[in-house]
Design a protein around this ligand. Structure first.
Ligand code: SF4
Length: 414
């Protein structure tokens, strides 16, 4: 089929502002760890970051570091270091590459920001809402660095999220106040938490509006752009800067819509991506699809950082609700409904399911969901075998052949 000729993606101008804000975030984190200016908490990406900020912690997100290891293509070489420690290459490759990074002292933070080592934690916090691996991951650091660790244990795979589920999580979050006050040296202030929660909601709702611009035809945004643009929603939520950034980005994308400008030059097919990104192939995959006139415009992954349920009037209950509603922890039935809705909302022609070797928690095509959704919607799908960080599990040739055949199938269906 068609030869790769040249990239047809468009650059997002607002990104320079995002890069400045992200740089400031990492430098502050590094300074906090080096000087003790602020205590440092490590927190899983959908853990109670707002509570940590309200107590004055600088917050590091190990999964964000894992994604940087993947995107910088450092991960594959670091995974065997964790394997030597007894961590199987089949478990989460964020975990294994991050542990390998720590042991070897190699971090992408050095090249990107001049930071010599991963900022050391004063406390480790995890929430099992997404998977068990985050617990094992933080426990490795707790043993290695002799640092206190606290966990929040979420209900698994609920169809309907009940009051009992939410209260169970809210109580556990509230119980963290006392030990975290001792570690931070700061007194808990509910008004501070309310303020941060409000900013977090505003940030992630604006992020939701950014992602919704992809409903336009042509879409001004791709999934591949989204994986980079989601940085502030992950690490800066709860700050005014994150709110300001997404307003800026939204304005730029709305202008593209007004001008009829798409993220790729000739959008002919609109695709949905389910599952983890393949971090080490973001650019290659972006070019593969855009050169076939296919725009991957929406995803489960990027939409996972929209927390509309945050309510400053009832901070602990609403935080628990928001962190329990995330796609990854829900029942198969809820997931099916969610993806069916996304297919309709974004006028999707085909669905891509990334079966990520080391992340069963976020590979949603292993129990027939893809076939069931094909039946109910009539929209074809393709399973992509790969991995989020371990490029030994990725075959570029196979991916190219399968994607080209899939696009041909879509062409025949038009
Ligand atoms: S959800 Fe997947 S990628 Fe994320 S921490 Fe768990 S196993 Fe790793």
């Amino acid at each position: 089929m068609s030869e790769i000729i040249k990239p047809k993606r468009k650059i997002i101008k607002s990104s320079s502002v995002m890069n400045e804000y992200m740089t400031d975030y990492f430098l502050d984190l590094d300074e906090s760890a080096r000087t003790g200016k602020k205590k440092v908490a490590w927190c899983t990406s959908v853990g109670p970051a707002e509570l940590l900020h309200s107590l004055g912690f600088a917050v590091h997100y190990p999964e964000n570091h894992g994604a940087m290891l993947g995107a910088s293509r450092m991960a594959t070489d670091l995974i065997p270091i964790a394997t030597k420690e007894g961590y199987s290459p089949d478990i989460c490759s964020y975990l294994t590459s991050d542990i390998g990074s720590y042991i070897s002292g190699n971090t992408p933070l050095t090249r990107a920001f001049g930071i010599k080592q991963i900022p050391k934690p004063d406390v480790l916090i995890f929430d099992t809402n997404q998977c068990r691996d985050v617990q094992d991951w933080m426990e490795w650091y707790a043993r290695r660095l002799n640092v206190p660790i606290f966990g929040i244990y979420a209900a698994k795979y609920p169809d309907v999220i009940s009051d009992t589920h939410i209260k169970h999580l809210a109580v556990q979050t509230e119980e963290l106040i006392e030990p975290l006050e001792k570690i931070s040296g700061n007194k808990f202030d509910i008004d501070k938490l309310r303020e941060i929660l409000k900013l977090s909601r505003e940030c992630t709702e604006l992020w939701g509006q950014v992602l919704d611009t992809a409903k336009a035809i042509p879409s001004p945004l791709t999934f591949f752009d989204g994986t980079i643009q989601m940085g502030p929603a992950v690490v800066l939520r709860g700050t005014q800067r994150a709110v300001d950034y997404y307003q800026l980005l939204l304005n730029e994308l709305n202008q593209r819509i007004a001008d009829g400008v798409g993220a790729i030059e000739n959008e002919k097919y609109r695709l949905y991506w389910d599952g983890m990104p393949i971090w080490g192939r973001l650019r290659a995959n972006s070019e593969l699809f855009s050169n076939l006139n296919a725009s991957v415009i929406a995803s489960t992954y990027c939409n996972s950082w929209i927390f509309s349920s945050f309510d400053e009037k009832d901070p602990f209950y609403s935080m628990a609700k928001a962190y329990l509603e995330i796609f990854i922890v829900r029942s198969e039935e809820s997931k099916v409904k969610y993806i069916e809705n996304m297919i309709e909302r974004f006028k999707i022609d085909g669905v891509l399911y990334h079966d990520s070797k080391t992340c069963p928690a976020n590979s949603n095509c292993r129990y027939g969901m893809n076939k069931r959704i094909e039946k109910t919607t009539g929209i074809p799908s393709l399973v992509i075998n790969g991995d989020l960080n371990d490029m030994r599990c990725v075959s570029d040739e196979q991916m190219k052949t399968n994607v080209e055949a899939f696009i041909e199938q879509l062409e025949e269906n038009k």
